[in-house]
Design a protein. Structure first.
Length: 352
């Protein structure tokens, strides 16, 4: 007589370290905390050093909501203390959202400690415009997709790739759309172009633009002059960014649009895939079925048809290559930090 009954159970690993960025200082915590609490894990937070108030307020809100003590712990840890935390035997994994540089360091530390990690890093999302795209809708989404949150979003539409047939029309309308952005106080409802996170961040983006031009790109400043105080960057369009220009492969974390003229659809796909990143992307077309087919040919973690990279709580989020690995949010995110344990009840007569 032979009898076997197998099942797979998903057990939480326990304590996880979350290293989160400043650009969405509350949401970034929620998007890692909610799935991991649901999976049965608990979280230690190391937030960005420039948003300590957000970390403190979030911890207070969780306590007021009735979260048990220890389920979420905010630590004002320094960068030098992160490796110590990762190496602590009570910590069983680390999730980081941040820069490539930070990801490379933390991933190496986690790997050395043999701890599971997920990395959500930078991106240079392709925004592919096909010949049959609804141009007004496309341009509206392009302006928003590139400039929301001051362009400081890992999944903002950083590379506009437009087929030759509609390139000139897109460029004309895109310039007008960007020129309508209103730079000002982020708390003012009329503001549609926010400053960057710091003067240093603004200086870094301006330096990137200068270097891109030095390597042969053309830079066009668009719209009314932004305020000359604070951390504003003038919206800038970069064109003629050749394959020998290193800027072609950079991430611009600010209101800078790289726009490429593609000979045709196949060339647009080639340019979209010519990137060290692979986080999100989009395809704009009137033929939704064909748009999905084109999306299938773009090498990235997420592709959306007729919308800039869209984030929903019940959709997995993550990328490949220099954009990191692993997935966040429900579904796949729920199972990133669990032990997929096989329990097999076997009752088979031994035969030798």
């Amino acid at each position: 007589m032979q009898q076997s009954q197998a099942k797979l159970v998903h057990e939480p690993l326990g304590i996880l370290l979350a290293i989160e960025p400043w650009n969405f200082p509350y949401y970034q915590i929620a998007r890692i905390l909610a799935p991991q609490l649901s999976a049965g894990n608990v979280l230690i937070l190391k937030h960005a050093s420039n948003v300590p108030q957000s970390a403190a307020i979030f911890a207070k809100l969780m306590a007021e909501a009735g979260l048990p003590e220890g389920a979420f712990t905010n630590l004002y840890a320094t960068r030098s203390q992160i490796e110590m935390i990762i190496n602590d035997p009570r910590v069983h994994g680390v999730a980081l959202t941040g820069s490539e540089a930070a990801g490379a360091v933390v991933a190496a530390q986690a790997g050395k400690a043999l701890k599971k990690s997920t990395m959500e890093l930078g991106g240079a999302d392709a925004f592919v415009v096909l010949a049959d795209a609804d141009m007004k809708k496309t341009v509206d989404w392009a302006v928003f997709g590139r400039h929301w949150n001051g362009g400081q979003v890992c999944v903002s539409s950083k590379r506009m790739i437009v087929v030759d047939e509609v390139y000139d029309t897109f460029m004309e309308q895109y310039r007008k759309g960007v020129a309508k952005l209103v730079a000002g106080d982020p708390f003012d409802p009329k503001t549609t172009l926010a400053p960057l996170s710091s003067k240093k961040a603004a200086e870094d983006v301006k330096e990137q633009i200068q270097k891109a031009v030095g390597h042969g790109a053309k830079a066009e400043q668009v719209g009314p002059a932004v305020p000359n105080h604070g951390a504003f960057v003038q919206p800038t369009i970069l064109t003629d960014v050749g394959e020998d220009n290193p800027a072609r492969y950079w991430e611009f974390f600010g209101p800078v649009s790289m726009i490429f003229r593609a000979k045709d659809e196949a060339d647009a796909i080639r340019i979209a895939n010519d990137s060290p990143f692979g986080l999100g992307g989009s395809v704009f077309t009137s033929d939704l079925k064909h748009g999905a087919e084109v999306a299938g040919k773009i090498s990235t973690g997420m592709v959306f048809v007729n919308h800039p990279t869209k984030v929903e709580a019940d959709l997995p989020f993550g990328g490949i290559r220099r954009s990191g690995y692993g997935r966040e949010l429900l579904g796949l995110g729920l199972k990133e930090f669990v032990n997929h344990k096989l329990i097999d009840v076997v009752d088979i007569d031994a035969q030798f």
